[in-house]
Design a protein around this ligand. Structure first.
Ligand code: HPA
Ligand SMILES: [Zn+2]
Length: 338
């Protein structure tokens, strides 16, 4: 295999918090709209980019769900994933655990099989094409019902060979993790790994509930744990990984500016932090851009950046391939920061 990066490339890393629908760049959205005869309410890509000024999570989600209506066919999902993997590889991503939101597609008549098999067309050959290993994580929309989540898990059963785990995303406040106890129990019984968004906009109690009630192994965001010292102590003690998304937190106004982000203090506290891009087409940066931003704005030095890269592989769902994890970790330790 040709080396996917050389010493001039960014530090090797895993991306663990990435919504594939959030990688839909305006240019691809307009191309898919033309291919599928979908009318978009924006005149052009510039007008669409103008709409990327978010007040909070919900204002982003409104646009995110509106734009993804251009995704219709297996080929659309394949093209979307291929474009992401190419960008990720160029930014040092060696392993990507990719979220998708099936209910956002099945609700408008696009079948589960179209979504999963379309994504798989790109993911299944990604090691050869891009030098990036992948996992797929199916998210339930927490502002939909628990019954809908159960039906979604049921619809995914023919495709479980492609799916490593389940997650929980969309509008957080008012939709506590416990609402999804039953579907997480069913997912665990099927051998699926469990993660959930918690503590992005929602309170620290949602993080505790995701751990205690849903049995999650990683917390997506988890930012608001810093408000609860006992919870921080627990996360440190139990080595629970947090998939932080600093650029997302700025764009969705969870923090005022990147300089205010608690990442350095969270690392100092001993939390197992990773940094990720969340919805890079919307939030201004892919994985490498995110590492660069925290280096430049938060003043993280080489050893902190190495720790973040190391953590990304430690927190990855690579338990079925420890040899690979070891090789990735060796790449991190051998990396010479410019
Ligand atoms: O950052 C996010 N939070 C919750 N749901 C989401 N769905 C896509 N991105 C996000
Ligand atoms: Zn997210």
């Amino acid at each position: 295999m040709k080396p996917p990066y050389d010493a001039s490339m960014p530090v090797p890393k895993a991306e663990l918090h990435l919504h594939i629908e959030g990688t839909l760049e305006p240019e691809l959205a307009f191309a898919l709209a033309a291919r599928n005869g979908v009318d978009l309410p924006w005149a052009d890509t510039d007008a669409l980019r103008e709409a990327y000024r978010f007040q909070d999570l919900q204002s982003f989600l409104n646009l995110y769900y509106a734009l993804m209506t251009v995704l219709r066919t297996e080929r659309d999902f394949e093209d979307l994933a291929d474009a992401y993997l190419a960008r990720a590889a160029a930014q040092g991503v060696r392993h990507a655990e990719i979220f998708f939101d099936p209910q956002a597609h099945t609700a408008r008549g696009v079948g589960m099989g179209t979504v999963v098999e379309g994504l798989w067309r790109a993911l299944g050959r990604s090691e050869e094409t891009h030098g990036v290993s992948t996992r797929l994580i199916m998210c339930f929309l927490r502002d939909e019902s628990a019954e809908s989540a159960l039906a979604t898990l049921d619809a995914a059963k023919p495709h479980l060979g492609r799916i490593t785990g389940v997650g929980l995303d969309s509008a957080e406040v008012g939709h506590p993790p416990a609402k999804f106890r039953e579907v997480y129990e069913a997912a665990a019984a099927l051998g699926l790994r469990r993660v959930a968004h918690a503590g992005e906009e929602g309170p620290p109690e949602y993080i505790t509930e995701a751990l205690d009630v849903l049995g999650v192994e990683r917390v997506d965001h988890g930012l608001r744990c810093v408000e609860d010292p006992e919870l921080v102590a627990r996360l440190v003690r139990d080595r629970i990984p947090l998939t932080l998304c600093p650029l997302s937190n700025v764009r969705l106004r969870a923090v005022d500016t990147l300089a205010d982000h608690p990442l350095p203090a969270m690392l100092d506290a001993g939390l197992l932090c990773t940094v990720n891009s969340d919805d890079p087409a919307y939030f201004g940066g892919y994985a490498g851009d995110t590492f660069d931003a925290v280096r430049d704005t938060l003043g993280l030095g080489p050893e902190r950046l190495r720790e973040l890269a190391r953590n990304s592989f430690l927190a990855a769902f690579l338990d079925d391939d420890e040899g690979r994890r070891s090789r990735y970790l060796a790449e991190v330790e051998a990396y010479v920061f410019p």
